[in-house]
Design a protein around this ligand. Structure first.
Ligand code: CAA
Length: 259
């Protein structure tokens, strides 16, 4: 897949998507959001890809937000359209059948923080900075930040970040549960890749069903969500994967999952 603002490399079971707009610290304009949508729609259909890593180009920024020069002259209708496009792109990432790991390699601000929030797992480099500074620009987050941030870190800490526009470092993001782990910058992609390869070596159907159980279950009450989990658990017993996984354990060998 060829894009103007993205690189998408597929290496075995792992795809790495890099947002590449270095002059604007990888800020998300309309074209980049449209490309993200197309890219992730394509990855969803690629059964050879088992895990996706998303990162930003360069050593300074993951994504410094939605593109402010693009947004400056929007009117009410075009602003709404832009927010809905961003939300569609990020929902496609959140609901990708395969797990998505954000390699947060610098500033993850505004739409960049929202992009990281749409991923399943966030690994941060030591120089990463997170924040939702939209209120400094006279707007609020438009790509789902007011909804995903409180769901991830709780309402109080999310409200503080959203209402103050404060930027926090990787250590604070880790303390709040916004970053799963902090690693030195030169170790970030290797650490993401190691995690991706570990996930890719597990039963791919089980991993996909597990992701769906987590994401869909979070939006249900506990009783319904547990029922949903039981249905997914049962579904695994229709797959060769469950037979291979359990047989391998009993035969004291590593499983060989075909996917
Ligand atoms: N949009 C457009 N351009 C951006 C940008 C953005 N979000 N962030 C940075 N840039 C551009 C700068 O304008 C600058 O361009 P020029 O070289 O042409 O002047 C270039 O990237 C480098 O940036 P700085 O010179 O500002 O770099 P810095 O190291 O001094 O500061 C920064 C880095 C703290 C990230 C600062 O650039 C910054 O505050 N950026 C804006 C962050 C922001 O407010 N993001 C939220 C956007 S609103 C949003 O995302 C809404 C939504 O939810 C939909």
């Amino acid at each position: 897949m060829q894009f103007n603002n993205l690189l998408c490399e597929i290496d075995g079971p792992v795809a790495i998507v890099t947002i590449h707009r270095p002059k604007a610290l990888n800020a998300l304009n309309q074209e980049t959001l449209e490309e993200l949508l197309v890219c992730f729609q394509g990855l969803a259909e690629n059964s050879l890809v088992r895990v996706v890593i998303i990162t930003g180009s360069g050593e300074k920024a993951f994504v410094a937000g939605a593109d402010i020069s693009f947004m400056e002259n929007l009117d009410v209708l075009t602003a709404r359209k832009f927010a809905l496009l961003g939300q569609k792109a990020l929902s496609t990432i959140e609901n990708l059948p395969q797990p998505v790991i954000a390699a947060v390699n610098g500033f993850a601000l505004g739409g960049g923080c929202e992009l990281a929030l749409a991923c399943d797992i966030r690994l941060a480099s030591e120089n990463a900075k997170f924040g939702q500074p939209e209120v400094n620009l006279g707007v609020l987050p438009g790509f789902g930040g007011t909804q995903r941030l409180p769901r991830l870190i709780g309402k109080g800490p999310a409200a503080e970040l959203l209402f103050t526009g404060n930027m926090i470092d990787a250590a604070e993001a880790f303390r709040l549960g916004l970053a799963n782990r902090i690693v030195p910058q030169d170790q970030l992609l290797p650490a993401c890749r190691e995690m991706a390869e570990k996930i890719a070596s597990r039963g791919p159907v089980a991993v996909r069903l597990c992701k769906d159980a987590v994401n869909s279950g979070m939006e249900m009450d506990l009783a319904r969500a547990c029922q949903y989990e039981a249905d997914h658990f049962a579904l695994c017993f229709s797959s060769d994967e469950q037979k291979e996984g359990m047989r391998a354990f009993l035969e004291k060998r590593q499983p060989k999952f075909q996917g």
